[in-house]
Write a protein that binds this ligand. Sequence first.
Ligand code: TXA
Ligand code: MG
Length: 319
Amino acid sequence: MTSPITTDASVAAKALKTGHLCAIPTETVYGLAADADNQQAVARVFEAKNRPTDHPLIVHVKDLASAKDWITDLPDWALQLANEFWPGPLTLVGNKTNRVSPLVTGGQNTVAVRVPAHPLTQELLTQLANQGVTGLVAPSANRFGHVSPTTANHVEADLGPYLLTKNDVILDGGKCEVGLESTIVLATGDHPVILRPGAITQSDIERVTGLAVSQTVANKPRVSGSLDSHYAPKAEVKIVSNSQIPDEKDAGFIGPCGINVPENLTVLLSAIDNQDYASNLYQALRKADELGLTKIYAVLPEDNGLATAIIDRLTRAAN
Ligand code: TXA
Ligand code: MG
């Protein structure tokens, strides 16, 4: 084999069932998956990414019924969210069941669980459930701190050589539709708390639950994407207003369309709307490095909703 890439869910299922890793397509970003019950495989996820072991992983399951193997005591409002948004870009953090190993949670008593919507990964989860594997841990399939992958080629660029030497695979499901990681909601109290913004927005959550989202919480758990610097390309990201974009060589531009971009800048992304912005942002950050650009000037999107997640990721990329 010269490339770890496959489009066959049964090849991926076989790899995972036998303790290998498999990068999986989801609607948000590609994840680097391992059987959540297999300690050695889970340990290798941290090794492959060079990720510190105190950064907990999300368990991916087929549906709400399988989620209950891993997460327990969900309040009614969280079940409403699961019923409304699963499969989809929502992760719930709640009390863990005994099945969850401390390796997955970084020793915390809570676990993060989500049901991904990508049809190929749904097929994979169904095949695996028939073979007794009901949960896959899967962090984003990039080296720790780098930009998350939204295509199989991005995964190969970050982790390909490592995966190849270990006979691990990458399941290619095309380009991720949403392009930003899932919304993470803490579901241990009587109000939802957003730990990481994503495509399921605060107003989506308030509409479905009828509850106000709390902005703060005591003993907030750790979320690795909430490190000040994350999602970072090699090029330096600078956030600018649309009237202050410098005209420089070896620099790129990312922003909404309709902006007058100085002529020396390479346009990496000129987004027609926030969905377009979200789904192409990571690709644009990677493109800057491929082109050897040293700086990226980014104009933030307007509006709340999905823009909140875009602004969150760009701000961290700029740190
Ligand atoms: O969209 C996504 O969520 C993607 C795809 C692959 O599903 N996954 C993803 O995984 O973004 P990762 O590992 O890059 O980010 C998972 C986040 C981390 O910020 C982690 O700290 C948080 O989930 N997390 C996991 N378990 C947690 C827990 N028990 N309490 C609080 N945060 C937790
Ligand atoms: Mg990540």
